[in-house]
Design a protein around this ligand. Structure first.
Ligand code: GLP
Length: 242
């Protein structure tokens, strides 16, 4: 793992935003794995500004998002689908047909998992997967568990995740389930970029980088991938000793 520590979230947004602009310009038909949450927002802001300035085009880019809530309409203000259009897709020239999402409202979760795996495969796999990390070390919605998962599945969200994300659900109860890419799907990405900011992520980051590889801290599996770059601010890096 390559670890880059920068001063703050704004600096990470700029560095990583530049990385994406360059990557898309060099690989105009690339396949990006994208993440939601507060952490990637500065990066998305950098990219949308670069698009407005004519420095990048999403015309031939394809995307697959990591996860989506179950039992929440796609057009709900808190769906990850809405989040991605508000923060990125509505501001760039991406073809909506090239936007990949798990459907959290299906009844056959296995069929949905297979559909997503095949859609990713048909595009040649994910070139760069962007990740955040949960306070408990989850990536996408892969919660601490006894085993690492493989393809997408329906997950029961943990209390830690419900506590962290319920701030967004001010007028309705937060969903208890989500569809998420599995650990195997994430690990098959050619390159992985993980971002974490703030002291609240420091413990998970320490476990992910310096701890043992264990499904109890799902992000620790990234130690086994040969192209991972981790962007941290000083607070998220504060417990690292090596
Ligand atoms: C959410 C998402 C993850 C995200 C994480 C951290 O629950 N499913 O993909 O990385 O939690 O979110 P934030 O960046 O808001 O801290």
């Amino acid at each position: 793992m390559k670890v880059i520590v920068l001063e703050n979230a704004a600096q990470i947004g700029e560095e990583l935003g530049k990385f994406y602009v360059d990557f898309i310009n060099e690989n105009p038909s690339c396949v990006l794995g994208l993440a939601t949450g507060a952490t990637p927002v500065p990066t998305y802001n950098y990219i949308t500004k670069a698009y407005a300035d004519g420095k990048v085009s999403f015309k031939n880019v394809s995307t697959f998002n990591l996860d989506e809530y179950c039992d929440l309409p796609k057009d709900n203000k808190n769906s990850y689908y809405t989040f991605m259009f508000q923060n990125l897709f509505s501001h760039v020239d991406i073809d909506p047909a090239n936007v990949g999402f798990l459907d959290g409202n299906v009844t056959d979760y296995d069929a949905e998992s297979k559909r997503y795996a095949e859609a990713i495969k048909a595009k040649g796999g994910i070139d760069v997967q962007l990740l955040g990390i949960g306070h408990n070390g989850h990536i996408a919605f892969n919660e601490p568990a006894d085993e690492f998962t493989d393809e997408a599945f329906r997950v029961t969200l943990s209390e830690s995740t419900i506590n962290a994300n319920s701030i967004y659900f001010d007028d309705a109860p937060m969903p208890r389930y989500a569809m998420t890419m599995g650990i195997g799907s994430i690990m098959r990405s050619k390159k992985i970029v993980l971002v974490a900011t703030g002291a609240g992520k420091a413990q998970a980051i320490k476990g992910m980088i310096e701890g043992e590889v264990t499904p109890q801290l799902p992000a620790s599996i990234l130690q086994n991938h040969d192209d991972v770059v981790v962007y941290l601010d000083k607070d998220a890096a504060s417990l690292l000793t090596k």
